[in-house]
Design a protein around this ligand. Structure first.
Ligand SMILES: Nc1nc2c(c(=O)[nH]1)N[C@H]1C(S)=C(S)[C@@H](COP(=O)(O)O)O[C@H]1N2
Ligand SMILES: [Mo]
Length: 522
């Protein structure tokens, strides 16, 4: 039988002519479309979070923001109602609310696409903002929610298009099949992507579990050296959570310690292959070293000081026996990053490490688990390879490391620098403690000076030297008069050479210039 002929509607966006059952059927389909769009977005958001190694799935982002803003009485009520399952209950609750909104969005989208889209944008926007304001979200924490939102928007559009015909021809078989096909496709796709997310996420939890189960030779004490902390300055030891993170890894390489091996090869007398167990059974050294990134701007915070535990590279390299004309190692990480390091800095007395622990804990996944290199005195990009898998003994004239063809120097000794930590913007008149850090790893800092408004340089008090391989803290007592002032700091190295005052940007081998801060006293 022929389908009944439909008259062109007066207003194609309002299915007013439809009888009630047809309208209900349309809205049910539209609601399903909205829900499926949202589920697909959440699945893709989940897999993105798993790949990035962030915990901030859209639901978790909203949930965490919600928990932070929950009044105590509601928290108590939730705990008494759901007991220890309150987190699961919260997640389920958020999911239900999200999907309910998504269903409404789906219905609105067949009436006016932008109205449905607005709901998706609102939901995704809440998740993105929630993820960005989480202290543990990192720089990419917002991405899962962002991708979820884009996915849902695109699919909502597809559903709205498929359903458009059913607004005017509710019994049109082709359109109904089209809707069914799209729904089935989106549902199957979401299930597949969700499963992928579980696999990736599962691998991360497996590695996390293996990390937590490790029994490592750890330092007897995490106490900073006596007197190394200057009053008011940044904590002498940087916690693993606070430690800056710089790398090219979009997703954190996941390496099981039981799978890890290190090959030392190239211009050596004897190749060495080492398992994780082999490594930690060797003689272990615990050493405070301040790591610095070449990209650190004057006054910047891409610097951190930690107690590293590991094995001396010197011992291993001597076992391998480098050729007399070798002058470098090329270290490679699991994800393909490479660094070129002068051989001399690995075999001298500075105790360069193959590190497996940081501040008394196995290396955090983000900081190179299970093994990385730490070389006192060199910027990270030429030395501190994380997720290390390979060391080739070679010559600088035979290879280029990752950053070299990208405009950074092949060699990167750290430059003498200093930073004012407090005050940073304002203080009250009277005695003000000015304090900060200065560093020249593996050379040492002998003096720090401060000046106010370009006046005479005044000597700051140095804290005890942790070692020449760490930053040195300092403080200075300032009788601060009211008004706007400029504080400047400069350091001198162990030989008495002053810090370079001329301003230079980080590229190609580290910034120079004096750190200045504008302070309002009053
Ligand atoms: N595998 C790998 N290791 C790497 C990098 C990288 O991109 N990939 N970046 C290096 C750089 S530039 C620095 S400054 C240090 C930073 O170490 P952190 O993230 O533990 O602070 O790691 C170094 N090791
Ligand atoms: Mo770096």
């Amino acid at each position: 039988m022929n389908q009944p002929q439909v008259h062109p509607p007066r207003n194609p966006t309002a299915p007013r002519e439809l009888d009630r059952p047809a309208r209900r059927a349309l809205f049910v389909r539209a609601g399903i479309g909205g829900v499926l769009s949202a589920l697909a977005g959440l699945a893709l958001g989940g897999v993105t979070a798993a790949i990035l190694g962030t915990t901030q799935t859209p639901v978790v982002a909203i949930g965490s923001a919600f928990i932070d803003r929950t009044p105590p009485w509601l928290k108590d009520l939730a705990i008494s109602l759901f007991g220890i399952h309150d987190k699961t209950a919260l997640r389920t609750g958020i999911l239900i609310v999200l999907l309910a909104f998504a269903a409404v969005g789906g219905v609105l989208a067949v009436l006016r696409y932008w109205a449905g889209a607005a709901i998706v944008v609102l939901l995704a926007g809440v998740a993105v903002v929630a993820a960005m304001t989480r202290p543990d979200a990192g720089q990419t924490g917002f991405l899962p929610s962002f991708i979820a939102g884009i996915t849902a928007l695109l699919l909502l559009r597809l559903f709205a298009q498929r359903l458009k015909n059913l607004k005017v021809a509710p019994r049109d078989g082709v359109s109904r099949r089209g809707f069914l096909q799209l729904s089935a496709g989106v549902a199957l796709g979401s299930v597949a992507i969700g499963a992928l997310g579980k696999v990736v996420g599962g691998r991360r939890s497996a590695v996390t579990e293996a990390r937590e189960g490790l029994d490592l030779p750890l330092p007897p004490s995490l106490e900073p050296p006596a007197g190394a902390q200057a009053p008011g300055a940044t904590p002498w030891a940087t916690s693993n959570e606070e430690f800056y993170r710089i790398d090219t890894a979009l997703s954190v390489p996941l390496i099981m310690p039981s799978d890890w091996t290190l090959r030392i090869h190239g211009m050596v007398g004897k190749e060495i292959e080492l398992s994780f167990d082999d490594l930690i059974r060797r003689k272990v050294v615990h050493k405070w070293v301040t790591l610095t990134c070449v990209s650190n701007e004057v006054g910047g915070d891409l610097i951190g000081n930690a107690l590293w535990s590991g094995v001396l590279l010197k011992d291993l390299l001597e076992e391998a026996g480098p050729a007399a004309d070798a002058d470098a190692i090329k270290s490679t990480s699991k994800d393909g990053f490479t660094a070129g390091t002068p051989l001399s800095t690995l075999v001298d007395d500075r105790q360069s490490l193959l590190a497996f622990a940081m501040n008394g804990q196995p290396l955090p996944l983000e900081h190179g688990f299970p093994v990385r290199i730490v070389v006192p005195g060199l910027y990270g990009y030429v030395s501190a390879t994380k997720w290390l898998t390979e060391i080739e003994v070679t010559r600088f004239d035979r290879f280029e490391a990752y950053w070299t063809p990208r405009g950074w120097s092949a060699q990167g000794p750290i430059k003498l620098s200093s930073r004012i930590d407090v005050p940073r913007s304002k203080a009250s008149p009277g005695q003000v403690t000015v304090a900060g850090v200065a560093w020249d790893q593996h050379v040492g800092v002998s003096k720090v000076e401060i000046r106010v408004d370009g006046g005479a340089w005044q000597q700051a008090t140095l804290a005890t030297d942790g070692s020449i391989d760490t930053w040195r803290q300092w403080h200075w007592s300032w009788d601060a008069p009211r008004g706007n002032h400029v504080l400047q700091v400069r350091a001198f190295d162990a030989q008495g050479n002053p810090q370079i005052e001329a301003q230079a940007p980080p590229a190609p081998n580290g910034s120079t210039g004096l750190h200045s801060v504008d302070i309002k006293i009053g």
